[in-house]
Design a protein around this ligand. Sequence first.
Ligand code: GLU
Length: 275
Amino acid sequence: MTTERFAPSPTGLLHLGHAFSAFKAYEAARKVDGQFLLRIEDIDFNRCKTGFENQIYDDLHWLGIRWNTPVMRQSERRAAYDGALDHMWKSGFLFGCSCSRKDIAISSAPQEGGDALIGPDGVVYPGACRKIKQPFDIPNVALRFNLQRIEKETFSFEDESGLVTKFTKADVQKYIGEVVLARKDIGISYHLAVVLDDAAQGVTHVTRGEDLFEATKIHVLLQHVLGLPTPVYRHHKLIRDEHGKRLAKRDDARSIRSYRDAGMSVDQVLSLING
Ligand code: GLU
């Protein structure tokens, strides 16, 4: 059975970009009589607010989107995350890193001048702590994905049309780097949580913005290491403002809430996305 999901973080109001993503996944699920699940990505307890979570349910309902229950909440998944981190640490897929942003900026600056390589998670980590062998000691160190421990070299994922994206571990190491999988402040990272949650919810199809295309490669490597299935990935275009800038949570003027408050109908809001 096809299982799609929408996984918003309650750190702000849903905007048109979220509505677009939710609709794409919802319609794809409905077309094949599949399931549509909701997951609240609330691991970052410093930024998540219950009020935003309630608004997500309310806005989705207003848009006519319905989901199968139960709703998964990342804040209730601590044990699963800790178990995976423990397993990865014991099998050598993690290394501790005590570098500050400043340390990383300094050690990644090319000797001949110019700018450091920037990946989707920021400056590509130059690997300084790999040699130091930091202990497994969250919250004093962050834990990074030890890509060198992965033996397989070539990976791939597919979209629903069967289009295959192939990539190598070496390219991930070079252009994305060894990303943080357990943050010092919240004990887990988006990358690891999302992979574990998609597997736990039995998600077969992931619909997400094209800004996450590179992150998907990390997720495929994590699925390999953790023995989890790789879903089909559909990366959609981003909804942008009139200046071509992608919408952000702080962009309240384009929030679903503000369109509702202004008296717009669901169809009018949808025409902004599909038009
Ligand atoms: N919480 C993430 C977001 O809203 C989920 C996206 C994803 O993993 O597909 O961008």
